[in-house]
Design a protein around this ligand. Structure first.
Ligand SMILES: Nc1ncnc2c1ncn2[C@@H]1O[C@H](COP(=O)(O)OP(=O)(O)OP(=O)(O)O)[C@@H](O)[C@H]1O
Length: 629
């Protein structure tokens, strides 16, 4: 071939990633081999999948080979998988199109996360080569095509491409090591790295056996025989093994292999299901929530669908509902047709059954874990809000999901979220018929809400919720174990028997007084009533049973959504000295100002925002001055 090498500039972002990868992974440089073997394994998976439609593509046994030359200081990782065309090389290797690297870049912008942690979130892929190599050559030939191409780069701004002769299909990556990294070009070092990181890659990883010259009976040296390739890893599909035959170390190593997570998995479940549906599943719950989990629930990966050990696709969305998107792992079906497409998968009844089986497995796993309070606390911190979506999303399993939720509560002295609904029910007061909760903007805000005063006084526990998702979730759930949920900031107060004790019908004079306040606050409130829920505060706002909480209305407004004008009711504590003072004010202007103050105080205590804060301050000052006179 006479064509010369063509030079290309890297995309600007590639340079940025390369720079970061090289510097931030320096203390973890050995992972370059894991990344390249993982790519080779993906390429073998892809070929096997293509071969379902086109069996002619499948030639020799799918294999990954690792070779080295300690004098030349090179390591070569080769596979006979799918390979790449010239165009694919340009778009896959020279740009930042692939999602793993993209996320890596995005997360770098989030400076508040520690860098070591950040690196642990996803694989860095091919670029990891440059941690140890001063130059990388990638030779590849797409399966079923004749032309091969060689990509070469020193990892600085540019790469070259030129046609090459390459015997078989697949990809070969030659790392020209930096002098100070030459130790990696070593038989023992490479074998131990393969064992450590790639033991459970489902394709054989081969290295040349080590041979030594021997001596015959007469003491003459026999030349060493030509070494042959031998398999270095386990090369079986770990998920197909009996759980009893797999050690925790094996499970963890496999987790790292499939998840791109540097942290260990928190826990997992491994099952072989037989019956109308026959499949295996190995599902992991990570320790840490990856970036973007809440921002983009659609962007999910890490749950791989195999059919009879053939990798079919990343099918997280098809295999588990959104609220379990933190789960990673492998599902291998014996019954689905090998030529299944994503479209077919979406309405496939077999898959629906697998999906509902997997949900049960994950919920069962979480239930088991929830018995270990400490381990569950970590899970809850990372994934609790995601799990809450299940209360709305998964009607069939709502009760099971509700049992897994943990809340902060007035039963605790701090903001720890460790109270389950079952704990709550076990502490119900005599005749208490409802599960009381409050939602708000922060733990501080809900903990100090005036709505809790009577509950505190009566010793009735209230669940304290302040996550953004809580108000939405509670809008969709009516009861647990036969007990209705009741927001203490909404609707009529109903404390069972205690309500009757605490409720005093207002006198005619009080009624006139309340009416008078209402007249002044008509623009702000739907009603003004005597409160039976306040003890220390003068007033509070109460929403209708089915209305959105005030802090949520504020959030929606901030997000640019215009809110339908649903006005709260103002409840007034007739026993409060301030209220009693107002009752005796004759001056109409002063009465109006005090009434507005009652409303504004209540709104502030809710975490609401005053329309005109300066006016509030002015009014306060005026009233204080009046008192001083
Ligand atoms: N050995 C290979 N054979 C065929 N294609 C490859 C090989 N190595 C890399 N590629 C292609 O290059 C792309 C980019 O690889 P890279 O390792 O940077 O990212 P990735 O594997 O997609 O994602 P991750 O960041 O999770 O590793 C791959 O998606 C694949 O299409």
């Amino acid at each position: 071939m006479t064509q010369t090498a063509e030079k290309f500039e890297f995309q600007a972002e590639v340079n940025q990633v390369l720079d970061l990868v090289i510097h931030s992974l320096y203390s973890n440089k050995e992972i370059f081999l894991r990344e390249l073997i993982s790519n080779a394994s993906d390429a073998c998976d892809k070929l096997r999948f293509e071969a379902i439609k086109n069996p002619a593509l499948l030639g020799d046994e799918l294999t990954i080979k690792v070779d080295f030359d300690s004098e030349a200081k090179t390591i070569t990782i080769s596979d006979n998988g799918i390979g790449m065309t010239r165009d694919e090389v340009i778009s896959n290797i020279g740009t930042i199109a692939n999602s793993g690297t993209k996320k890596y870049l995005e997360s770098i912008a989030k400076k508040d996360r520690g860098e070591a942690n950040l690196i642990g979130q996803f694989g860095v892929g091919f670029y990891a080569s440059f941690i140890v190599a001063k130059e990388v050559e990638l030779r590849t030939r797409k399966a079923g095509e004749d032309e091969a191409v060689c990509w070469k780069s020193d990892g600085k701004n540019a790469f070259t491409l030129e046609p090459v002769d390459k015997a078989g299909q697949g990809t070969e990556i030659i790392l020209h090591l930096r002098d100070e990294e030459a130790e990696f070009a070593d038989n023992f070092r490479l074998r131990s790295l393969i064992k450590k990181y790639s033991e459970h890659v489902a394709f054989p990883i081969k290295m040349l056996e080590v041979t030594y010259p021997e001596k015959d009976d007469e003491g003459n040296e026999i030349p060493a025989k030509t070494p042959e390739y031998e398999v270095v890893n386990d090369a079986t599909a770990l998920w197909k093994k009996a759980p009893a035959d797999v050690s925790d170390e094996d499970y963890q190593a496999f987790y790292k292999q499939i998840s791109n997570d540097f942290n260990e998995a928190a826990f997992w479940t491994h099952n072989h299901i037989e019956g109308t549906q026959s499949y295996s599943n190995l599902l992991y719950v990570p320790q840490k929530s990856p970036f973007g989990m809440f921002q983009n629930p659609e962007d999910r990966e890490g749950l791989k669908l195999f059919i009879k050990r053939v990798f079919i696709m990343d099918a997280a969305k098809e295999l588990l509902p959104n609220y379990l998107r933190f789960v990673k792992g492998v599902v291998d079906s014996n019954d689905l047709p090998l030529n299944v497409s994503r479209e077919i998968l979406q309405d496939n009844p077999l898959l629906k059954k697998i999906k509902s089986g997997l949900v049960k497995r994950v919920l069962g796993l979480l239930k088991k874990q929830s018995l270990d309070t400490e381990a569950y606390a970590n899970f809850w911190k990372e994934f609790g809000d995601t799990l809450k979506e299940g209360v709305v999303e998964d009607f069939a399993n709502r009760e099971a999901v509700l049992k897994l939720l943990r809340f902060a509560s007035t039963h605790n002295s701090d903001d720890t979220e460790n109270v389950s609904l079952e704990d709550y029910l076990s502490r119900l007061q005599d005749k208490q018929e409802k599960i009381y909760y409050i939602t708000g903007e922060s733990h501080e805000a809900v903990k100090n809400s005036p709505h809790l005063e009577l509950f505190r006084k009566e010793g009735v526990e209230v669940l304290l919720m302040h996550s953004r998702i809580d108000e939405w979730m509670m809008g969709h759930v009516q009861e647990f174990d036969g007990k209705k949920f009741q927001s203490v900031a909404k609707g009529k107060l109903d404390l069972g028997k205690k309500e009757d004790e605490s409720k005093n019908e207002p006198s005619e004079a009080d009624k006139t007084f309340l009416e008078k306040i209402k007249k002044h606050l008509e623009a702000h409130v739907s009603d003004v009533t005597a409160s039976s829920r306040l003890v220390d505060s003068a007033s509070c706002l109460v929403m209708d049973e089915d209305a959105m909480a005030i802090h949520m209305q504020k959030l929606m407004e901030q997000a640019g959504q215009s809110m339908p004008g649903q006005l709260p009711a103002l409840e007034v504590n007739l026993d409060h000295p301030l209220v009693q003072h107002i009752e005796h004010i004759d001056n109409e202007d002063h009465f109006k100002q005090w009434s507005e103050l009652l409303f504004e105080q209540a709104l502030l205590a809710e975490g609401g925002q005053l329309k005109n804060p300066a006016d509030h301050v002015h009014k306060m000052n005026q009233l204080m001055l009046d008192i001083l006179k």
